[in-house]
Design a protein around this ligand. Structure first.
Ligand SMILES: Cc1cc2nc3c(=O)[nH]c(=O)nc-3n(C[C@H](O)[C@H](O)[C@H](O)COP(=O)(O)O)c2cc1C
Length: 362
């Protein structure tokens, strides 16, 4: 069975290894536009050796931003900056991917290093977020979202479609839809945030409808040979996770029929109870999703050992891994992983591979 440092092919796209840079918000954009921050940041991740670099949550509309510093793709003006980012990733040998997002009721906040609280209602830059129902993310916070009408749902889905078309124009070859972490799509799926009584609430079929329709709509403009993937929150830590996982599987089967190619198994973040953090904490759930849906899977969260990740890949539990903090800390970690795994052949054809080898053994 292939391991962490072996290539991985999905549809028409081949990753040089199974180490991907997970999407990581930088909150360094201006009006959604790429700034001087982004290109060197993403080039470093690609030069470090990752096979796939997924650009951070990029908002499909101004109101879908977590903060004013989020990247966006809601206009053609956003394409040239992201084209340069995609080209920098591809030039360094990685596949350029991008995550499209609408933060839903998590929108309209300050960046984490300024406390992450919602912008104050009196702030001229503040806005009211939208959600399936008027249920705030944090009960005691007065940041109550507006419950969307069906016309709003259509508009958001069109925003996803337009953003996907622009992502293609910008040169991205891998698309991830953000359906996790309490963002808009995941809050449609969750019973805690979706209290609707129309065709988008109630039964699992109804709560999954926004996600399934969005996958189908994006698939219609995203090329068939390029992977269309989604990060889905499959656990909510609300004491009901056997049901949540079973519902996630059923929702994913519907998304598969609508054209989804791979699942990035993620967390729901209901804020209802503390998350039981532990090493490799989502691997088992990811493997369950893989078996039950027949879709290939990736996952993240506290996967830090190359040897363990390699074993999970060789056992066929996951197809590849997304690494976030590992690569933020050291973009060249894939070279260290290759050394740790004793991979002697040149799997990372960059100058770093030569310079970072163990000279004492030469
Ligand atoms: C700085 C930072 C920014 C993040 N931004 C995003 C994001 O834009 N989209 C997303 O789905 N997850 C985001 N995450 C979550 C990561 O993609 C990843 O799933 C999580 O950090 C777990 O992986 P790790 O244990 O390797 O860090 C972010 C994480 C970090 C540390």
């Amino acid at each position: 069975m292939p391991g962490l440092l072996d290539s991985y092919t999905l549809k028409g796209i081949t990753l040089r290894n199974r180490i991907a840079a997970s999407p990581m918000c930088q909150y360094m954009a201006k009006d959604g536009l790429v700034t001087d921050w982004h290109q060197p940041h993403y080039a470093a991740l690609a030069r470090g050796g990752a096979g796939l670099v997924v650009v951070e949550a990029t908002s499909v509309s101004p109101e879908g931003r977590i903060t004013l510093g989020d990247l966006g793709l809601w206009s053609d003006a956003h394409v040239p900056g992201l084209s340069r980012v995609a080209a920098a990733i591809a030039d360094a040998g990685a596949v350029p991917g991008i995550q499209l997002a609408h933060a839903g009721r998590k929108a309209g906040c300050r960046p984490p290093w300024e406390g992450g609280a919602p912008l104050r209602p009196g702030d001229p830059q503040a806005w009211q977020p939208i959600a399936p129902s008027a249920v705030p993310l944090v009960p005691e916070q007065p940041h109550v979202p507006r419950a969307v009408a069906v016309a709003d749902i259509r508009r958001v889905q069109e925003d996803f479609v337009d953003a996907a078309r622009r992502a293609r124009e910008a040169g991205f070859l891998w698309l991830e839809l953000h359906f996790a972490h309490g963002f808009l799509a995941q809050s449609f799926l969750s019973k805690h945030s979706n209290l609707r009584e129309d065709a988008y609430g109630g039964s699992l079929e109804n709560r999954a409808r926004f996600l399934v329709e969005t996958v189908a709509a994006v698939r219609s403009v995203w090329p068939a040979e390029f992977p269309l993937t989604a990060r889905l929150g499959v656990l909510e830590f609300d004491g009901n996770d056997a049901v949540n996982l079973a519902e996630a599987v059923e929702a994913l089967q519907r998304m598969k029929a609508a054209g989804l190619d791979l699942v990035d198994v993620g967390l729901g973040f209901s804020t209802l109870s503390p998350v039981p953090w532990a090493p490799n904490m989502l691997v088992q759930a990811a493997n369950h999703v893989r078996k039950e849906t027949g879709l290939p899977v990736t996952t993240s969260w506290l996967v830090t050992s190359a040897k363990e990740a390699d074993r999970f890949v060789r056992e066929g539990q996951v197809d590849f891994f997304m690494f976030a903090r590992r690569l933020l800390d050291n973009p060249h970690w894939p070279h260290a992983a290759a050394r740790e795994l004793g991979v002697e052949r040149q799997v990372l054809p960059t100058p770093y591979h030569f310079w970072l080898q163990d000279w004492s053994a030469a």
